[in-house]
Design a protein around this ligand. Structure first.
Ligand code: ACO
Ligand code: MG
Length: 128
């Protein structure tokens, strides 16, 4: 089965188990999912391998809490997740990623740079 990027709108029992592994910081049942607060995830064989939060304010979107499960890193999952969520939101022209909670800033910085974002105070901003 192929890797797909999905916007989560409600959580299955399996999603809850997977999100607990991706985000031990969060209790899945308390996550807000509405038009302004979105969660996108990478799914393979009906399991979530990565997730990111997106907060939408008009044409501006702020991303946070991007995490790919450790065993799946460096296989293009993070890149695909970011590309597809940007493609899913053509009305957004200002993309930021905040650095809150980032484990290893140098890894995240390399990833964000490879994804066309530039470092700024508090995170990264997508370049045109
Ligand atoms: N070192 C150098 N460059 C890297 C690295 C790395 N470790 N990882 C990615 N890159 C760059 C490379 O250019 C890579 O392209 P290449 O493999 O062809 O060289 C490009 O980014 C794309 O890499 P992907 O394979 O798509 O990246 P991956 O799927 O591994 O995801 C990510 C990258 C998201 C940074 C992942 O390592 C991760 O989740 N790290 C933890 C992030 C974190 O701290 N999250 C917590 C936030 S707070 C919270 O969630 C509550
Ligand atoms: Mg990967």
């Amino acid at each position: 089965m192929k890797l797909t990027i999905v916007r989560l709108r409600r959580l299955s029992e399996q999603d809850i188990l997977d999100l607990t592994k991706i985000w031990p910081e969060y209790s899945p049942k308390t996550l807000t999912m509405d038009d302004a607060h979105r969660i996108y995830a990478a799914k393979f064989n009906n399991r979530l391998l990565a997730a990111v939060k997106m907060t939408l304010r008009g044409a501006q979107a702020e991303l946070d809490s991007l995490r790919v499960r450790e065993a799946t890193r460096r296989r293009g999952v993070g890149r695909y997740l970011l590309e597809e969520l940007i493609r899913d939101n053509p009305g957004v022209n200002d993309w930021r990623m905040v650095d809150t909670g980032v484990e290893d800033r140098s890894v995240m910085a390399a990833f964000m740079q490879a994804s066309g974002f530039r470092a700024q105070t508090g995170g990264w901003q997508k370049q045109d």
